[in-house]
Write a protein that binds this ligand. Structure first.
Ligand code: GN1
Ligand code: MG
Length: 355
């Protein structure tokens, strides 16, 4: 893979003079390219095992970013800019069938991995709320990039098959975890039924709303925009809030093996929701408002199910750092969900006080 060759297939401002790896993402391979004009770009090889239709995914990203650009003061900094290939397509396919895409590097920005102050959580909430507000009038169909991504009915189809197959022979040791999942199955299906029945509306969703997927202005500290738009799809916006809370408001990281540290922080929850609701409360439907406090429970449950299912399957989806990693993730997120269940009334009160 010669990235210096690959980048030549894109319509940059000038010619690339260097291409270097950036970060250590689990899904795509990411590089930063510098052109002789001084402009910088992000080059990515998109993971086609996870994203089976990269052209459709890139069409989603172009449609959504073009829509945002039409509505913001600084279109080059307030959303990503997809740089087309020389043939005009928003991606380039190499000889090995790998898909590559380029976006502008947004200068003067920074990211964070851990939210340790309510102020940062408030900025994160503003960022997601603003993203949803800008897209609240976007009604073109979007491709379903990953089938049934946050659809618990589909996840149960996969779950039932995993348990039946018991590929790694681990089911016999997981009676407690499995019954933990089963005891909540109906409650989660009831929630999803409201999406299926249109009681909860479909909107443009980001689907990976953790802190590190938002850019902040390096000078002012204010949130700039959502990045990593690969999983942009149509779903319920509640999942995006829920997934953000799962990461912003957990007292520790998602796979902390010290379960005594795990739990929801209400100061972070309140700050995030304050920022978020200041952007969206005028257009959220009554049903969305009613179920807002439940959103983190749903998505954390789904995450427990996905971690445990991967453990049952023999660790084939998530990268693991040690043999029991997926089981630790499962238990850590179970603990988080239990703290959310215990604090559900408090979250409802916080939401009510902010509406
Ligand atoms: C994966 O790798 P990352 O952090 O972008 C996963 C998310 C999970 C997350 C859990 C496409 O996201 O759904 O919430 O791991 N993304 C995909 O850490 O499966
Ligand atoms: Mg991601």
């Amino acid at each position: 893979m010669d990235t210096a060759e690959i980048i030549r297939n894109f319509a940059l401002d000038g010619n690339a003079v260097s291409v270097k790896p950036l970060g250590d993402g689990f899904i795509n391979d990411t590089f930063v390219a510098v052109a002789d004009s001084g402009r910088r770009y992000i080059l990515q090889r998109k993971n086609k095992n996870i994203f089976p239709d990269v052209p459709a995914m890139m069409d989603n990203i172009v449609a959504v970013t073009e829509h945002i650009k039409g509505k913001v003061a600084d279109p080059m900094r307030e959303t990503l800019t997809v740089v087309p290939a020389l043939d005009g397509k928003p991606y380039w396919e190499d000889q090995d069938g790998e898909f590559w895409a380029v976006t502008d590097f947004i200068e003067g920005s920074k990211t964070f991995d851990i939210a340790d102050t309510p102020d940062l959580a408030r900025q994160g909430g503003l960022g997601l709320g603003h993203f949803q507000a800008l897209l609240s009038d976007f009604h073109k169909p979007l491709a379903e990039v990953i089938k049934g991504f946050h659809n618990i009915r589909w996840r149960f189809v996969q779950w039932d098959a995993s348990i039946a197959a018991d590929k790694a022979g681990r089911v016999k040791d997981l009676a407690t975890e499995i019954s933990w999942i089963e005891s909540r199955r109906q409650r989660m299906l009831d929630f999803w039924k409201m999406v299926e029945d249109g009681i909860l509306p479909m909107r443009v969703t980001h689907n990976d709303t953790k802190l590190s997927n938002f850019l902040f202005d390096a000078a002012t500290g204010k949130v700039l925009c959502a990045i990593d738009l690969d999983t942009v799809m149509s779903s319920t916006s509640l999942n995006d809030v829920g997934d953000a809370i799962r990461s912003y408001a957990n007292n520790t990281f998602e796979d902390d093996p010290d379960y005594s540290k795990v739990g929801i922080r209400f100061d972070m929850y309140e700050a995030y929701m304050q920022g978020y609701l200041s952007e969206v409360k005028d257009f959220l439907s009554d049903s969305e408002k009613e179920w807002l406090a439940f959103a983190p429970l749903y998505i954390t449950y789904e995450q427990v199910l996905r971690f445990l299912m991967d453990y049952i399957d023999g660790d084939v989806y998530y990268k693991i750092k040690y043999p029991e990693h997926n089981l630790v993730r499962t238990r850590s997120q179970e603990t988080l969900l239990e703290s959310m269940e215990a604090g559900y009334d408090r979250m409802k009160e916080i939401v009510a006080s902010l509406l």
